[in-house]
Design a protein around this ligand. Structure first.
Ligand code: FRU
Length: 478
């Protein structure tokens, strides 16, 4: 056994010291991944290997603020029960001393390879970035190999988040970048041995491929083929809100297109948001042994509001989304909650053919961790309102779908809204302080944190309509 590092000892002390705070915190989640202490952000290095799912994550174990990130590490055999492994990467080398930033994992010849961005700041707060490699035989302890790709000419040090995959007899890496003209791009590098990388250039970006001005930086790209389409997920920063679109500070979305790996060109359609809730960013995908393309996102956002979250009192902040299986349908990504979550379901409470009259509300007690399935049996023509634990409302009114929550400081409420021609069903996942709404079989998803009062354990439905309703308590163990 290798000796425990000082960094790991400090983390263990932090976790131990925080146990009493999280034990009594009703905002803790029961089936979502969250940090035992400190701040979590992006999912990293998602991979399925030898019967184990690995979910690494950006982690600052010592503060509920962004800073010198480590790679935390959860493992699971079933995507439902997770356990915390020792920290995988600590910011302890000259090339990553200010943070082991986001990246990805692949397995080659039985060895797990993590690619990540070493973030370095000098005394004047000037940034440098290095794309780094760490390897592991056992998937638990990692040996750092140092930088494998340096900053190419024509780019600022906002150059990060390598996602690596095999393409024929080469490996490709896609990165998020800011070019010297301060425009966001997704750029490629190529390698035949995983250690020597050749920079190829951008495949998409602000001002490229017919795209207008599209942000000053693109973070966390991911490129994969799904059902015959090449999907590029990216997180552009610097898009202005227009109409119904781009109301979060930064966006997470995708292009559907065709990637040509002979000349590395990418022909793509319009950018579409992946989620219409308040808190969704930096998603990453991977495939498992069944060939499913699974996505996990960060249910958070680096913005001013995050510092108002009530969990900060208990020294932890943020969570990941539930895993979702992706499907490509008519050039649009459809997201399905991973079916494994059905294992968490307790007894089903089923209300068949409910018919609500005007001004009569349907009220039912609900556990903080629950699944709600609402299937409309006639078209929803009038205003529909579902209020959950007094902290959240879902409204469908004149073809507009609205999610309303109390602001984190509890002083007022705020909304996200979008047009929706028809509402047929909603599958809703509630946990201690989160909601994920899969609308119309996952054609649209809204993910948000919200912080209900402890005493508000009921749902209330109002509106003149007909529906079937199923409720399950979800018994998780995270
Ligand atoms: C996205 C991001 C990444 C970066 C990481 C740092 O949320 O800013 O671009 O690698 O977080 O924690």
């Amino acid at each position: 056994m290798s000796q425990k590092s000082e960094y790991q000892t400090n983390i263990d002390e932090q976790i131990e010291g925080n146990r009493r705070f999280i034990e009594t915190d009703t905002h803790r989640m029961s089936y979502h991944l969250m940090p035992p202490v400190g701040l979590l952000n992006d999912p990293n290095g998602l991979i399925y290997h030898e019967g184990i799912y690995h979910a690494f994550f950006q982690w600052n174990p010592f503060e509920t603020a962004h800073g010198k990130k480590a790679w935390g590490h959860y493992t699971s055999k079933n995507l439902v029960d997770w356990s915390l492994a020792p920290v995988a990467l600590a910011p302890d080398q000259w090339y990553d001393k200010n943070g082991c930033y986001s990246g990805s994992a692949i397995v080659h010849e039985g060895v797990m390879h993590l690619f990540y961005t070493g973030n370095v700041k000098d005394a004047d707060d000037r940034r440098s970035s290095y794309q780094c490699l760490a390897i592991s035989e056992d998937g638990i302890t990692f040996e750092k190999k140092g930088p494998v790709l340096h900053l190419p000419e024509g780019y600022t040090a906002h150059f990060r988040d390598p996602k690596v995959w095999k393409d024929g007899d080469h490996w490709l890496m896609i990165l998020g970048a800011q070019n010297a003209a301060l425009k966001g791009e997704a750029v490629l590098a190529r390698s035949s041995n995983l250690t020597d990388w050749e920079f190829l250039g951008p495949i998409a970006g602000s001002g490229m491929n017919g795209l207008g001005n599209f942000g000053y930086m693109w973070e966390c790209p991911d490129l994969f083929n799904l059902d015959g389409k090449d999907v590029l997920i990216v997180c552009p920063q610097g898009l202005d809100a227009t109409g119904e679109a781009y109301h979060n500070l930064y966006q997470a979305g995708y292009f559907a297109g065709d990637f040509d790996s002979t000349d590395y060109s990418y022909d793509h359609g319009e950018f579409q948001e992946l989620d219409r809730g308040f808190d969704f960013y930096a998603p990453q995908t991977f495939t498992d042994d069944e060939g499913r393309r699974i996505l996990i996102g960060w249910m958070g956002m680096t913005d001013d509001q995050e510092q108002n979250q009530p969990t900060i009192e208990n020294n932890w902040l943020h969570a990941l989304t539930i895993p979702r299986v992706l499907e490509m349908r008519n050039n649009q990504l459809v997201q399905h909650p991973i079916p494994e979550l059905e294992q968490l379901r307790g007894e089903r409470r089923y209300f068949s053919q409910l018919e609500l009259e005007k001004d009569v509300a349907f009220r039912e007690a609900i556990a903080p961790s629950s699944e709600i399935l609402l299937e409309f049996t006639r078209p929803v023509e009038n205003t529909f309102e579902l209020e959950i634990r007094s902290g959240l409302k879902i409204i469908y009114d004149r073809r507009s779908f609205i999610v309303e929550r109390n602001t984190f400081d509890g002083k007022t409420s705020e909304q996200r809204a979008f047009s929706l021609a028809r509402l047929s069903d909603m599958q809703i996942f509630l946990d201690g302080s989160s909601v994920e709404i899969f609308v119309n079989g996952g054609e649209v998803v809204c993910s948000s944190r919200y912080f209900p009062q402890e005493k508000d354990d009921a749902i209330e439905i109002r509106g003149h309509m007909h529906f079937d309703l199923s409720l399950w308590k979800l018994e998780g163990s995270t």
